[in-house]
Design a protein around this ligand. Structure first.
Ligand code: OXD
Ligand code: MN
Length: 586
């Protein structure tokens, strides 16, 4: 008798008609063979064996370098269940349209069966997925980003409890590219792209879009959040989870070398992109990182901005769309190392800054998390780590202060729901355009965002000790157009204030949008920042927030009657608080 997995693989093979089927065991011998094969067929270029042992460069098709949100679909039975912020396609239409593309698409190719676990191997919070793909590059990345192979098959046994994902490269024609999610069936179909966020199905497709739908049904949370442990001088570690849109510094924050290390404040990394959280027996939200690696944005990463990842990525790593120096080392803008002469750019052409940057702005490294010197001792704790605070943040040149704390859970959900951020190169489309990106989940929520907010509100009632909620903005600029806050390792100063608030100690003043640190509450010793810059960073301008209210009103309007009444009430309360200060100032 074949297992449900074997039956599904057989059906998909009948559709895609591969020449061979290879069941991945995740072994060293297997990946060595695949790497050899990719070196031979040009998918991989070997890097300097001395300085970057077991590392490879991959240059993708230049039309396939980022997530493609316009061809990402939620295929729920009812359009309303996808909501106004997702693209929707009826399941039958998606099956017909994309099924026709899959038909025979693996002829002459190998179909890899990639069983994987999202989360620590023995954690009850973890889940199994199985991806079928005709891309060896995807297999190599999945081996770093998940617990892949025999270990997952052993966990699954003959159970039908896995999330199936079918992935095919097709001819990489952007007009025949579809990333489809079937939340009722818990199924993923991705066709026509080899880019990580579209093709490593464990990541955005399963761990966020499908998992968010599962989490709502089952009473837990799947969030686009890093998880870090902040160690205080007492040695106690407090865990925080932070949601920022793509390419807004989650990896750098999660792996930060603290500017306050001399006073005993250190940061430990649990995860850099995704958190799965359940209510623990202690009444706290317990979080695991479902991933096993970091798929980080390379440009802007260097010894001063993220020394931890720089130490992690010089072995067993894959680099996608970066430059290649004459000594066969990877190079990107902001790496803080000389490139020397004779560098090739990410398209394999002699580097000419007049033509293009050396690395694509969304070029990536894929690195095993365990290689990071800052990895938390508890990063694979099967019970997860207890989360004491959530941090929301966006890339805002104006309006949002460095940090504020929400008044309570309901207000915090409103703060998350109205988050805005300027777009980045992680997705195709214009960069630097302000858009509302609730909880940094706009591209990743597998169902109607209004139902998602209702789920957040319900979780607040369900968790006996809910995390406090903060909002940060590292990106505010002064009138000279320069960033006001130095960011990176200095961000620990803001985290320290949060810790003090969690412990009921940090001093704060109330503003219409929430509590901000009192004038002397942030530890600024050793930091060269003027009083004027600090004031500008922390300014809450009622006129800016009134404009913000109009924008969020228009955004909320899209959700019609589905918008939770609590969020409308928070909107009104904010409006009243803003009016009160405006009148008082007159
Ligand atoms: C990512 C993204 O790759 O958010 O993490 O795009
Ligand atoms: Mn992300």
């Amino acid at each position: 008798m074949s297992t449900p997995l074997e039956q599904w693989v057989e059906q998909q093979a009948a559709l895609t008609r591969p020449r061979n089927i290879h069941w991945c065991d995740g072994s060293d011998a297997e990946i060595a063979r695949l790497n050899e094969q990719m070196l031979r067929d040009g998918t991989f270029t070997a890097l300097n064996e001395k300085s970057y042992p077991n590392c490879y460069l991959h240059r993708s098709n230049p039309n396939d370098v980022a997530r493609t949100e316009h061809v990402t679909f939620i295929c729920s039975r009812n359009k309303e269940d996808a909501g106004p912020t997702n693209n929707w396609m009826a399941p039958a239409e998606a099956k017909a349209k994309v099924g026709a593309l899959f038909m025979g698409s693996m002829e002459g190719r190998t179909m890899y069966v990639v069983p994987y676990i999202m989360g620590p191997v023995s954690s009850p919070i973890s889940k199994v997925g199985v991806q079928l793909t005709d891309s060896a590059y995807v297999v190599a990345n999945m081996r770093i980003m998940t617990r892949m192979g025999k270990v997952a098959l052993d966990r699954l046994g003959s159970s039908p409890d896995f999330v199936p994902g079918l992935h095919g490269l097709g001819d990489l024609n952007p007009d025949r590219r579809f990333i489809c999610h079937f939340p009722e069936e818990k199924l993923i179909w991705s066709f026509g792209s080899g880019y990580g966020g579209n093709a490593l199905l464990g990541k955005k497709c399963f761990a966020l879009r499908i998992a968010s739908a599962m989490a709502r049904e089952q009473g837990w949370m799947a969030e686009h959040m890093l998880i870090l442990g902040l160690e205080a001088s007492s040695g106690k570690v407090t865990y925080l989870a932070a949601a920022f849109p793509s390419a807004c510094g989650k990896t750098n924050l999660a792996m930060m070398v603290s500017a306050l290390e001399a006073s005993g404040y250190r940061v430990w990394t649990v995860g850099d992109d995704i958190a799965w959280m359940q209510v623990g027996p202690d009444g706290c939200l317990r979080a695991i990182n479902p991933e096993a690696g970091f798929f980080g944005v390379a440009p802007g990463t260097g010894a001063s901005t993220n020394p931890n990842v720089m130490q992690a990525l010089n072995k067993n790593s894959i680099f996608t769309n970066v430059g290649l120096t004459a000594s066969r080392e990877p190079w990107w803008e902001g790496i803080e190392m000389p490139s020397g002469d004779g560098m090739l750019d990410w398209q394999g052409q002699p580097f000419d800054p007049k033509v293009r940057t050396a690395a694509h702005p969304n070029s990536r490294y894929t690195v095993p998390a365990r290689q990071a010197p800052c990895i938390s001792k508890r990063w694979e704790d099967p019970a997860g780590v207890p989360i004491s605070a959530f941090i929301f943040g966006g890339r805002r040149t104006k309006t949002a202060p460095l940090v504020f704390e929400a008044f309570d859970w309901q207000h915090g959900v409103f703060v998350g729901a109205t988050m805005g951020s300027e777009t980045t190169a992680a997705a195709t489309g214009a960069v630097g355009v302000l858009r509302r990106d609730p909880m940094a989940m706009l591209p990743f929520c597998g169902y109607n965002m209004a139902d998602y907010w209702a789920h957040w509100l319900a979780m607040g009632r369900r968790v006996p000790h809910p995390p406090k909620i903060f909002h940060v903005n590292w990106f505010r600029k002064g009138s000279d157009g320069k960033f006001l806050w130095p960011g990176f390792g200095e961000n620990v100063r803001v985290l320290k204030w949060m810790l003090e608030r969690i412990e009921g100690k940090g001093k704060a003043v109330e503003t219409p949008i929430g509590f901000v640190p009192a004038a002397d509450a942030l530890t600024l010793d050793g930091l060269d920042i003027s009083r004027g810059a600090m004031e500008a960073l922390q300014r809450v301008d009622p006129a800016d927030y009134a404009a913000e209210l109009d924008d969020t009103n228009a955004f909320f309007h899209k959700f019609g009657a589905k918008l939770p009444a609590e969020l409308r009430a928070e909107q009104e309360k904010l409006s009243e608080r803003l009016q009160r200060v405006t009148v008082a100032q007159k």
